[in-house]
Design a protein around this ligand. Sequence first.
Ligand code: NAP
Length: 304
Amino acid sequence: MYDLIIIGAGPAGLAAALDADYLRLRTLVLEARKAGGALSQMYPWKKVDSFLGLPGMKGQQVSDRIVEHVRSAGIEIKEGEEVREIHAGNPFRVVTKDATYESAAVILATGVRGVPRKLGVPGEDLPGVIHFLPDPGKFKGRKVLVVGGGDSAADSALGLDAAGANVWLAHRRDDMRAQDESKEELRKSKVKILWNTEVESVFGHGKAEGARVFSNKTGEKTELRCDTVLICIGSESTKDHLERLGIRMERALVKVDEDGMTSVPGIFAAGDIVSRIKRIPQALATGERAAYSAYKYIKKPYWK
Ligand code: NAP
């Protein structure tokens, strides 16, 4: 029996864990994959400059540091533990494939980038079509079509360009939602941007050899020869999964009160699932808020 179970070991979950430990809550962190979150799974190579005091770090280095910090505090992190069900009650019962854990409160910090969204075009399942970029270095000299207009697409295109790949970026609009800084870097890079362009299909014999794209302004069709198609068009919403738990959502985010508590008393939420700004400082702040609020919920101090 734990005081607190935190689901998700990315920056938000780990910040919550550290704070909970500081507040002397007996805490367990459950992580479906490896601790470190999207930083290590999706952006290990990317420069992460939003971490105050840690300039010039790569995603993997930041991830290693935060995981090490939490582990060195003696906090228990169980990896490979995908949560299947949460039963509300006193205690909460959190069910994974192999075990059931009990706690007085739960923090959800599962992130939103777990399941990449698919384009749904013919050929998307061919080898050579990928939905995130683990290591741009492997694409040196290759021809890559990146699809999307968000930060993931911009970061990936820039990472590939820096690694010496030949990069096109196709986006369905004439402007991108990626950060201005990235857009500026893209303008200076060798990435060839195809505005107002959508993918009709990916073709190839046994593997991707190119994509048929079309202009949604003029209807003009083009066949692009490339060996990799990287689709970065966001993630599937976690809405269905969370709604099954009885947790209220609002515009694709978990609805929380000012203490970070969801519509289910005793279940708190933090990180990308509660924040429109999906950046690390925001994840840390909401993680700490959730831990502190969980402490008040569990211990009911007289000064609350
Ligand atoms: P995102 O911001 O949701 O962007 C997805 C992009 O894909 C959008 O440009 C969207 O076009 C396009 N798109 C969606 N469905 C499409 C479809 N069916 N066909 C063609 N294009 C489609 O996703 P993301 O880039 O993965 O980022 C997710 C969140 O993480 C964002 O909040 C982002 O800021 C954050 N993030 C931050 C960083 C960073 O701080 N460096 C890095 C990565 C991610 P429209 O623009 O037309 O909707």
